[in-house]
Design a protein around this ligand. Structure first.
Ligand code: GLY
Length: 363
């Protein structure tokens, strides 16, 4: 862990600044003291306000008057109406160009809070304090901010990195297990697209073994930072981070837009997307069959199987066209030739996607 923190610090002028545990709180305190903001706003949701804000206050022992803006929790609130209400509160409470926004929460808060801050007064400084595993290893890293358009995930947004990320794994103690596992989907993805050694570690990890699991979190953040630093605006290598997300986002959108269905956690949808994208990879990119078995059983060990009706599959295929990576109406997948060897912009036929759903169902 020490090495990774050291690397993070030594990279601080060239890459996104993400700090860990005590170092992170120290860096945040110094930043808040030295930048003398006119006001500091904390954007949070009702859950994190209860479970994480007290811990945040314990760690930041500064005599600062924080203005708390709490929104309702959940992906269904990651929309323009919530933004309008947060912008109005910022205006009412006198936020100006010298104000700072702290986004304290999971991926919904870091995505929406980053978007609100980036657009208010043409841009306020903001800091991410991710409190979920998913936000720590993915949403809060890489500067993507945004909101959903109806049920279309992250359709509106921009890339604008925060001043810094404060990652404290102490927040994970209050996280329900299914949210922890949801974050694990992104860590598994980092292994599959970047490093077989890391994949081996994550697929065999013990979520309850604190120090070892913490090491894997820092490593995941490093992988994402390394990829983003090479291609911040997603023209080539950053696209690999979308592995499993083409289908994953469409699946998530389908469950969001169907009121009778319980919305899926992001990682649950992405895990299914990863399994199916790996199957497709084995069909058209030569991804080894033995490793397909390994990926499929790993995903099925951690995640409950999602049931898809014929109508659901049809609807998900229609939603694929809205994927941000589609070009001229053609959906483009990230696939794998092997673990750590990616292929971007792959065209996949609808027939093969259907077969992938069949493989998923019967595995
Ligand atoms: N979550 C994918 C990316 O940040 O590029």
């Amino acid at each position: 862990m020490r090495n990774i923190i050291k690397n993070m610090e030594s990279n601080e002028n060239v890459a996104e600044q993400i700090f860990c545990n005590e170092v992170a709180w120290h860096k945040l305190s110094v930043f808040l003291r030295q930048s003398t903001p006119s006001k500091v706003f904390i954007i949070t949701d009702q859950n994190t306000q209860t479970h994480c804000l007290p811990y945040f206050r314990e760690k930041i022992r500064l005599a600062l008057d924080f203005h708390i803006i709490a929104i309702e929790a959940g992906e269904i609130h990651k929309n323009i109406n919530t933004c309008t209400s947060v912008w109005a509160t910022l205006a009412e409470k006198g936020a100006d160009r010298n104000s700072v926004v702290i986004n304290l929460g999971g991926g919904v808060i870091t995505d929406l809070g980053g978007f609100v801050a980036s657009t208010f007064n043409r841009g306020l400084k903001f800091i991410h304090v991710p409190t979920s595993l998913l936000a720590m290893v993915d949403a809060a890293v890489g500067g993507k901010n945004g909101i959903d358009l109806g049920h279309l995930k992250n359709k509106i947004g921009l890339v604008n990195p925060p001043q810094m990320g404060v990652v404290d794994t102490g927040f994970l103690k209050t996280l329900p297990r299914e949210h922890l596992v949801s974050g694990l989907a992104e860590m598994l993805k980092h292994g599959l697209i970047f490093s077989e050694a890391y994949w081996e570690k994550v697929r065999n990890c013990n979520l309850a073994a604190a120090p070892q699991f913490e090491e894997l979190i820092w490593e995941s953040i490093e992988i994402k930072k390394t990829i983003v630093a090479q291609d911040p605006t997603e023209n080539n290598i950053r696209k690999t981070l979308n592995f499993g997300h083409t289908l994953g986002h469409a699946i998530e959108s389908f469950f969001l837009e169907n009121n009778g269905l319980k919305p899926l956690l992001h990682g649950e949808a992405v895990a299914a997307g990863i399994l199916m994208a790996t199957y497709i990879s084995s069909e058209i990119c030569g991804f080894p069959k033995r490793k397909l078995q390994e990926v499929s059983s790993t995903i099925c060990n951690y995640f409950n199987k999602i049931t898809f009706t014929e109508e659901a599959i049809e609807a998900i295929l229609r939603l694929l066209v809205f994927d941000k990576k589609s070009r001229n109406g053609q959906v483009l997948f990230v696939l794998l030739e092997d673990i750590g060897r990616t292929k971007i912009d792959c065209i996949v036929s609808n027939d093969l996607i259907y077969t992938a759903f069949g493989y998923y169902k019967n595995f």
